[in-house]
Design a protein around this ligand. Sequence first.
Ligand SMILES: Nc1ncnc2c1ncn2[C@@H]1O[C@H](COP(=O)(O)OP(=O)(O)OP(=O)(O)O)[C@@H](O)[C@H]1O
Ligand SMILES: [Mg+2]
Length: 290
Amino acid sequence: MKKIPSGVYGLNPLMAGGINQGSTNVVIGSAGAGKTTFATQFIRRGLEDGQEAIFISLDENKEQIVKEAVEMGWTEILDYIDQELLVFIDASGKDFSRFIREELPAFVDQWKEANARIVVDPLTPVIWSVQDRYEQRDLLSFLFKQTRRVGTVVCTLEEHNPRGDLSGSEVVIPMYLADGVIHLRHRAAEDTPSRKLKIAKCRSSRHSELYHPYHIMKGLGMVVERGDFKTSAETTAPEEIKRLLKDRARVLPPRVYKRILKALDELTDRDFKDISPDEMVDIIIAEYER
Ligand SMILES: Nc1ncnc2c1ncn2[C@@H]1O[C@H](COP(=O)(O)OP(=O)(O)OP(=O)(O)O)[C@@H](O)[C@H]1O
Ligand SMILES: [Mg+2]
């Protein structure tokens, strides 16, 4: 899985190096959680790396988004727009269904294989534009498939469930369809406002399961704390399993042995926290022993 840096400070080590290239991702959060900030940083990082970027806005107009980006300290955004490396599509007020089914495919045809970064901010009006749940799913699935042809996608999604447990009906379908889901849990109403980020889903990749405090800082944007997440690979358990396995490897077909060694290279102590190396080896051997 090829990873690309997210552009959000501190986030990449929590998801095995960054966002999966060519994937569709959803950033979920309540009002003011930092969804647009996240999306802007994702795009900024791509532009800094020489990738092109497309910002599809369904809510605020281009001027407003640019103004907020400049206020956050990203003045270069104006140069990228001038050079047409960053393109805005203002779909606010449009018939979203028609926009996605008719206008978007024509646009995608011009940009396909561009390996660009695409943002849709926010996805919520698309979901609200159709009543039927099946149609919602179909429309979102179509949107994801189309945008993915252009590159790596980040969509933002409003969260209206005050419990903040991702059970709201507006988030369920996009969560299923997306390859990655990041939850920005923002509690503004409490005495001490708190912001915590959790990676709820990241297909084909190991990731932190913890809540990580994050901050929004002028000039930098979103900065995520590492907390207790161990990023330096701790591999004593996988190494021990390899050692024990070597002595009993004659039971394993060579191709299986090779595959298991390769799998162990990707795992760390966290994966074996509830099972001892001895037990793990017994289980593997028992499967192939005759
Ligand atoms: N110029 C700035 N300087 C410092 N902090 C800022 C600045 N602009 C925004 N913020 C902070 O970032 C927070 C998140 O803003 P952002 O627009 O990214 O949220 P959002 O989740 O997209 O909100 P909405 O649901 O309204 O679209 C703001 O509430 C504010 O605290
Ligand atoms: Mg926003």
